[in-house]
Design a protein around this ligand. Structure first.
Ligand code: ADP
Length: 584
């Protein structure tokens, strides 16, 4: 384009770009037209009409003189009347959005200084009514000085606000779509997760259903078995009791019949015990009551009982470690577990041997009962601890027993804080193990050189113990033991006196309660005392450590029991346990 043509542009006060026929004529096209000398063929009026046509603003910047020229449309786009905007580049500074200022400055600098020929930038300009409009600015250098710096630039200004709104809307829609997409993906993942959970719940339900069916079958087998188990000893008892009525029965037969009646009764009692224990377990009513126990003594007693019950030709061996200290454990429950395991060993072993005993493994007592009997296949190792489960019932429908012994044993071991397990290859016998925490009796209480002699270790001088005991001899023994520990002792010899003493004397810290007493027995007295002083510890003294006695004493409200004849260590540890608890 030559300079004259440019001058024509300037003098004419350009009116922007517009449509010619169907084609949109941009400034660049116009400049192309110029180059092709088309402009030269248009006269001033024609050129004027072309610019009138244009919908874009048109501007021209004389860089040297800093003059800024624009056509009517330039101001019109922004709502200004002709003459309202100053003809100076400052006009842009005034109405340019501050966020776009840096970009625009940069773009124009490149145009002026760095030899760029044209630029295009989209900016926000404030219109007269205060609204922002998006405008596309295009510029082209039309003249440079000898240093190559632009000295004249022309350009257009196109209103792209609508286009921007559409673009923004599209972008926003796209953003929303992406967000929705992400939400859908998350939702899908949650669905997949929920699905997995549902499948897991389904699997558990199915397993529970199968278990319920199996348990139902086991229960039916249990009931059928139970009826047989109860009837057999009952028939024995009734039948042989009737036969005792026979006249002139030889003494030997009487003896034999009584033996049968006795053993059948014990058999029946064992079944009843199992059932009662089982229901107590189910109701969560079983409590562990530790006392001081000498393990060798307890295991020797168990050995004597089972030595009579095993098959002839089977050896029953008790294996004890060197250790022979008293320990703190629930002896009654321990005996119950050993009885269950040994009854099974005896039942399923017809030749060979049964070994039982315990070892000490770290801080645990590990008991074992192993036999050379029929063994248990590995697939049953877990199941036999389920209630009612019996291998023989599953395999050939026949069995004796209740199928409760092992489930009860497992529950007791767990209540004691231990675990139970077995090993067996299913052919060469089986070995049951259970471990419970080893709790040694306070070493300072017992002088090892002469067992049961107490060192005056505990100081109970501020304590008062009420002894309810009708037998003077028994009381004297207690007085002897307690005297060493300097506590104050109050003695009453019947239940009514015990209740009276507890209600009148608030100093009493603990009661040692005999259960069989005149006027008011120990059970009744305990119930009444607990109504007045529910927190006062009451330790029952029972003649036998039978589970039923314990249960009855506990039901009445006793906190623990101690069996007679009273073991000094046992009693001191027990009483001290309650004193310690009260001071916590
Ligand atoms: P019960 O002995 O009254 O049937 P348990 O719960 O004590 O009930 O035992 C469950 C089952 O475990 C037994 O019926 C038996 O099939 C199997 N079992 C337990 N101990 C042994 C053992 N020492 N040898 C072989 N099988 C045993």
């Amino acid at each position: 384009m030559d300079l004259d043509k440019i001058q024509v542009f300037r003098k004419r006060k350009f009116r922007g770009s517009g449509n010619i026929g169907n084609a949109t004529v941009s400034l660049w096209e116009k400049s192309r037209l110029c180059e092709k000398q088309v402009w030269g063929t248009l006269n001033a009026n024609q050129l004027e009409s072309v610019f009138e046509f244009l919908t874009d603003g048109f501007w021209e910047w004389d860089v040297i003189r800093n003059l800024f020229n624009f056509n009517r449309r330039f101001g019109e786009i922004l709502g200004y009347d002709p003459g309202e905007l100053p003809e100076n580049p400052i006009v842009w500074e005034k109405i340019l959005h501050s966020d776009d200022a840096v970009e625009v400055g940069g773009v124009f600098n490149t145009l002026v200084d760095s030899g760029a020929e044209d630029i295009m930038v989209e900016v926000r300009l404030r219109s007269k009514n205060g609204n922002w409009k998006w405008l596309q600015l295009r510029g082209k250098v039309v003249e440079r000085n000898h240093k190559g710096q632009a000295i004249r630039i022309i350009g257009t200004q196109t209103d792209v606000t609508y286009q921007k709104i559409i673009e923004d809307t599209l972008k926003e829609n796209e953003r929303r779509l992406m967000q929705q997409n992400e939400e859908l993906i998350t939702f899908n993942e949650e669905l997949a997760e929920a699905n997995t959970q549902m499948m897991e719940i389904n699997r558990q339900l199915l397993a529970a259903k199968e278990k319920a069916i199996e348990s139902d079958k086991l229960k039916s087998a249990f009931l059928a078995n139970m009826s047989h188990e109860i009837r057999t000893p009952m028939n024995g008892i009734i039948g042989f009791a009737n036969m005792l009525n026979e006249p002139d029965l030889p003494r030997e037969s009487i003896h034999q019949f009584v033996e049968i009646i006795n053993s059948s009764s014990y058999q029946l009692l064992a079944i009843i015990d199992d059932i009662i224990d089982f229901s107590k377990m189910e109701a969560g009513q079983v409590v562990i009551l530790p006392t001081v126990v000498n393990l060798s003594k307890l295991l020797n007693e168990v050995h004597s009982v089972f030595n009579l019950l095993k098959y002839e030709g089977v050896f029953l061996n008790l294996k004890l470690p060197e250790f022979n200290d008293d320990i703190w454990i629930d002896g009654v429950r321990l005996r119950q577990i050993l009885n269950n395991l040994l009854s099974n060993a005896v039942k399923f072993t017809v030749t060979g041997e049964i070994n039982f005993g315990y070892t000490i493994v770290e801080d645990q007592l590990r008991f074992f009962v192993s036999d050379t009997g029929i063994g248990i296949r590995s697939e049953y190792h877990d199941k036999i601890f389920d209630r009612f489960f019996q291998v023989n019932t599953v395999e050939n429908g026949k069995n004796s027993g209740t199928g409760l012994g092992l489930s009860i044993s497992k529950a007791i071991v767990e209540l004691m804080g231990g675990r139970i397990w077995l090993t067996s290859d299913g052919v060469n016998g089986s070995a049951f193990y259970f471990s419970v925490p080893l709790a040694l009796v306070n070493e300072d209480v017992v002088d090892k050189t002469s067992a049961n002699i107490l060192k005056p270790f505990y100081d109970w001088s501020k304590k008062t113990i009420l002894v309810a005991e009708d037998e003077e001899l028994n009381y004297l023994l207690l007085e002897e033991i307690l005297g060493e520990l300097k506590c104050k002792i109050i003695w009453v010899n019947n239940g009514a006196e015990a209740v009276k003493a507890c209600s009148e004397n608030t100093e009493i810290d603990l009661v040692l309660m005999d259960l069989k007493m005149p006027i008011l027995n120990g059970y009744e007295a305990t119930m009444r005392i607990k109504k007045i002083r529910p927190l006062l510890p009451i330790v029952a003294q029972t003649a036998y450590a039978l589970i039923e006695d314990r249960a009855k004493a506990l039901e009445a409200g006793c906190n623990n029991y101690i069996s007679k004849p009273i073991n000094k260590t046992s009693m001191v540890e027990m009483v001290n346990f309650f004193f310690k608890k009260a001071s916590e």
